[in-house]
Ligand binder design. Sequence first.
Ligand SMILES: *[C@@H]1O[C@H](CO)[C@@H](O)[C@H](O)[C@H]1NC(C)=O
Ligand SMILES: *[C@@H]1O[C@H](CO)[C@@H](O)[C@H](O)[C@H]1NC(C)=O
Length: 189
Amino acid sequence: MHLTFLLTVPTFFLPCIASTANHYLTLTAVTSDASSHAVLECWRFLTPFSSYPTTGISLPLANTSNTTYVVLPPRSAEGLHKPPHPMLFVLLSGLAHVTFPFNDQELWIQGGTEGGLIVANDVEGIGHFTEYPSEEESVALQLPFRDGIVLDHEVVGKGACSRNIQKYESERPGSGGEKQEVLRALSSG
Ligand SMILES: *[C@@H]1O[C@H](CO)[C@@H](O)[C@H](O)[C@H]1NC(C)=O
Ligand SMILES: *[C@@H]1O[C@H](CO)[C@@H](O)[C@H](O)[C@H]1NC(C)=O
């Protein structure tokens, strides 16, 4: 569709149109692999951005239901858990560090940044660990997909999208300790 359109417009419009039509959203997803183990993937959504009526670009992202606002205390941990439903997770403020029981992947979610939006889709298996290592409260929105329907996407890579790979060394004293404790307890029976 877009290709046909591009080929029929005068060339002087091309740079402008290309900048929206070829622009797709990628988001880091915490998802379940074939063994029901939580893993990270980088997803690209299939609907391209288009021009927003006032200024900028937008795309329809999801129908959601039962939005929940969550406040996490400073230096807290949720333990091993999984989302009850596939959802978008938005960290409005603070910092989240996600680790995994069956691999050494790491996900850093910095509140109030583009990397603050991820997909939580590891509804199979035992889930993942989440710690909130910040000295401040972390505030999140959970936006479950309506009827549990996850948006159409393609997997562009194993592991997190690049914007979630950065480490926050100064804010992570003791971070990751919870996973180590739980794994020690499991292995000692
Ligand atoms: C949201 O739901 C409406 C009505 O069912 C549908 O037309 C639309 O495509 C949905 N939007 C997304 C982003 O899934
Ligand atoms: C909405 O989400 C909350 C928290 O996950 C849950 O306790 C509640 O049952 C949900 N309500 C509906 C109508 O799904």
